[in-house]
Design a protein around this ligand. Structure first.
Ligand code: COA
Length: 703
């Protein structure tokens, strides 16, 4: 059966309330009352077998008795009645259920949810929820929920996985002055998920900014695709980022990955702006719903107070938008709108003498100047000025400049008069705040948004060879031997099958064979124990480096085997790996996990102490194109080491980015086989000289 679109859920023309009640205080009563109070213009059909009228509306025993068509049915009967109601709704041709009732998978009754879904699936009925507050839309005069009222009018839309938080945001929208057109409760996401609503909102003319409260996505990659498609800014407040996933990790990468890092990477790749907390969510929502992205790094701050100017300058650096001095022509012109002792550098300090005219003139000029990519206006309340008048002259200057597509934010520091001015600005489309740092923080979000959108538009470059057949052969052999991890030699064979440069490594099963292999590889060599039961080879005394001749090979061979026997007498030893000794280079680590939400995910960081102690690593959901991998290299704190510090030549970042790309191709291609992996260390040489994977580990998925 073809599924209905979610139009009927998002913008219903007629609504039934199944479980409508005549008893004030009950959810079934509140929903009908809310529909009436929000002045919903379509038909409202209360459904209750016991009543004939509810809140002045004729009441029907069943949806099957309703004379007209029903787009959506709000369900306020207990979970145990859900399947019966769903069957009737299906027969009636109801297009979607707004399933408020709780008591499904969230509380151990997945069976009830599955039953409802099966019935709805048969009839093509879509389900929002269950376990939701309902859905609200200002532009549709629709409060199909038990939230108290429609939110303050605005252009943001919220999709929330928490009903309680949705209600809190609804009420706070007035006190915070942040307007929403829609609030959509998504609950258990049994059918309609974030991705589908994001797509819908992207086409909704009443939404300029999509906001999300996420506890956990069900199908991460589906969401990422929808977010990438969105032409509107998306802001996510993600909770539950503390412990997830890290506990049972077998690889280095697995132990470093956590929900915060992986979600953060995924959001970045999909152009989703993150909010750090609820306050930041409101602040950023206000700015992104009212202002365009900031298309360059040149932020100009205009202030009437040195102190707030410095606070804003500090914030600009903290949030990644450090100030630059304004160019000479800008300084020269702005100097004419301030007293002698003012400063036109950046921040532009008009001084405490600044009134409506100086603010207006300098804003009008600066906003239109091509050097300025974004403008932050600061104002401290003085006795010689009226904050609302200052706000009005700023807004007028912006309007009169004739410039569009450039963001502005305002901070007004003071008392009630400033609060009124802030509200006035917001009502006129300019995001305004109390603290200067907030006005700068939102500008950083607008800059980040523009940068992420541009990087999404970059072409994805393909990379490397793929020899899945060879990799699968190696994996099959290990599985056949009852193993869930590959030996270093096997892991390197798999890496090499996807074009990663690995050190030449061969397995010696006897001392003589070790000598032969060392000769053919060329001295000096490295020798390592090969045993699926010894993962930490160095701890077992199983690694010898810089072996220069035949005698040393023989000695090392015996010592490695003896050490392994001491370390783990029961270990199954395959032999000793003889390995080309790669020259010294900068140590980096590459790795992968198979994230439960987003699937194959890459990690990159500098090796040694950087990864062990500082955990200086960064993540990306695969695939990662070479050009995107280059951004990863710049993200870690140790980035300057790769770029070349203190006279050192830059490392071969291009080859490193290419290798990350090939690695990501491998984990995606072998998604069904690989659970976690590390290439650690990878030695990176000077620009143009490439790199070598020196050690490799692959943990297989259990089958
Ligand atoms: N068709 C129509 N009406 C029906 C019905 C049916 N098949 N079966 C029962 N009803 C009526 C009941 O008679 C009752 O009407 P009444 O007030 O006239 O007696 C009404 O539906 C509601 O049923 P009731 O058993 O009284 O339930 P309730 O109102 O106490 O609770 C829910 C129902 C859905 C609100 C409750 O089960 C629930 O899930 N609450 C949690 C909601 C929630 O928090 N959601 C998530 C937010 S994040």
């Amino acid at each position: 059966m073809k599924k209905n679109s979610i139009d009927a859920l998002m913008r219903p023309k007629s609504i039934a309330v199944v479980g409508a009640s005549a008893t004030p205080g009950k959810i079934g009563y509140t929903v009908v009352k809310n529909l009436l109070e929000s002045k919903f213009e379509g038909e409202i059909y209360p459904i209750n077998p016991k009543d004939t009228e509810i809140l002045g509306l004729p009441c029907f025993k069943s949806v099957l008795d309703v004379p007209g068509t029903i787009d959506a049915a709000v369900i306020t009967v207990p979970a145990k009645f859900m399947s019966g109601v769903a069957e009737e709704c299906g027969k009636k041709g109801v297009k979607g259920l707004i399933a408020i009732a709780s008591g499904f998978s969230e509380s151990g009754r997945k069976d009830l949810e599955d039953e409802m879904l099966e019935i709805c699936g048969r009839y093509g009925v879509r389900v929002l929820g269950p376990n939701i507050v309902g859905t609200l839309s200002n532009s549709d005069n629709l409060n199909a929920s038990f939230a108290p009222f429609l939110p303050k009018k605005g252009k943001a839309a919220l999709i929330s996985q928490s009903g309680a938080l949705l209600i809190a945001i609804d009420a706070s929208s007035f006190s915070r002055g942040v307007g929403f057109d829609k609030l959509i409760s998504i609950g258990n996401m049994s059918d309609v998920d974030f991705a589908e609503i994001v797509d819908w909102l992207n086409d909704d003319p009443n939404t300029t900014c999509i906001t999300l409260y996420i506890e956990g996505l069900k199908e991460g990659r589906r969401f990422l695709e929808a977010a990438r498609r969105s032409t509107k800014p998306i802001i996510a407040l993600k909770s539950g980022v503390s412990t997830h996933g890290a506990a049972a990790a077998a690889s280095h990468t697995g132990s470093l990955a956590g929900a915060a890092k992986v979600y953060g990477a995924a959001f970045q790749q999909a152009g989703v702006i993150q909010a750090s907390d609820l306050d930041n969510f409101f602040d950023r929502t206000l700015a992104l719903s009212l202002q365009p992205g900031m298309q360059g790094d040149n932020l100009l701050i205009i202030t009437n107070g040195g102190g707030v100017g410095v606070l804003a300058t500090d914030a600009a650096e903290k949030f990644g938008l450090p100030l630059k001095f304004a160019p000479p022509d800008v300084q020269k012109e702005l100097k004419t709108h301030m007293p002698e002792f003012g400063s036109a550098k950046n921040p532009v300090d008009l001084t405490g003498m600044a009134g409506n005219e100086w603010y207006g003139d300098s804003v009008r000029y600066a906003y239109a100047h091509p050097w300025v990519d974004g403008l932050v206006i600061l104002y401290c309340e003085t006795a010689i000025t009226n904050p609302v008048e200052i706000a009005q002259s700023v807004e007028k200057a912006i309007r009169e400049s004739g410039v569009t597509g450039k963001p502005i934010s305002v901070s007004m520091v003071g008392g009630e008069r400033c609060d009124a001015a802030i509200q006035w600005l917001v009502d006129h489309g300019i995001p305004a705040y109390g603290a200067p740092g907030l006005a700068v923080n939102v500008m950083a979000a607008l800059r980040e948004y523009d940068q992420m959108r541009k990087s999404l538009a970059e072409p994805i470059e393909a990379c490397g060879p793929e020899n899945r057949e060879l990799a699968i052969q190696v994996i099959k052999k290990a599985r056949k031997a009852g193993r869930n991890s590959l030996t270093e030699i096997e892991a390197k064979q798999v890496f090499a099958a996807y074009g990663m440069p690995v050190t030449k490594t061969e397995l010696a099963k006897s001392e003589d064979e070790a000598v032969e292999l060392a000769k053919s590889i060329g001295f000096p060599v490295v020798m390592k124990i090969v045993s699926p039961d010894i993962l930490h080879k160095s701890d077992a005394g199983g690694v010898k480096v810089n072996i220069q001749d035949e005698a040393a090979v023989r000695e090392a061979y015996q010592m490695i085997l003896a050490n392994a026997m001491d370390y783990k007498p029961e270990a199954n030893v395959h032999g000793v790996a003889i390995q080309e000794m790669a020259p010294w280079g900068t140590e980096v680590i590459l790795g992968s996990i198979n994230d439960p939400t987003f699937g194959p995910t890459m990690m990159f960081g500098l090796g040694g102490i950087f990864v062990e102690v500082l955990k200086d690593v960064t993540f990306r959901v695969a695939p990662v194109a070479s050009n995107q991998a280059l951004h990863m290299l710049g993200e870690i704190r140790g980035a300057p080491i790769l770029a070349g510090v203190r006279g050192e030549k830059p490392r071969d970042q291009e080859m490193l980015a290419e290798t990350i790309c090939r690695y990501s191709t491998m984990i995606l291609d072998l998604d069904d086989e690989i659970s976690e992996s590390d290439a650690n260390p990878v030695l990176v040489y000077e620009e143009g000289k490439g790199l070598k994977v020196v050690d490799a580990r692959i943990i297989l998925k259990k089958k």
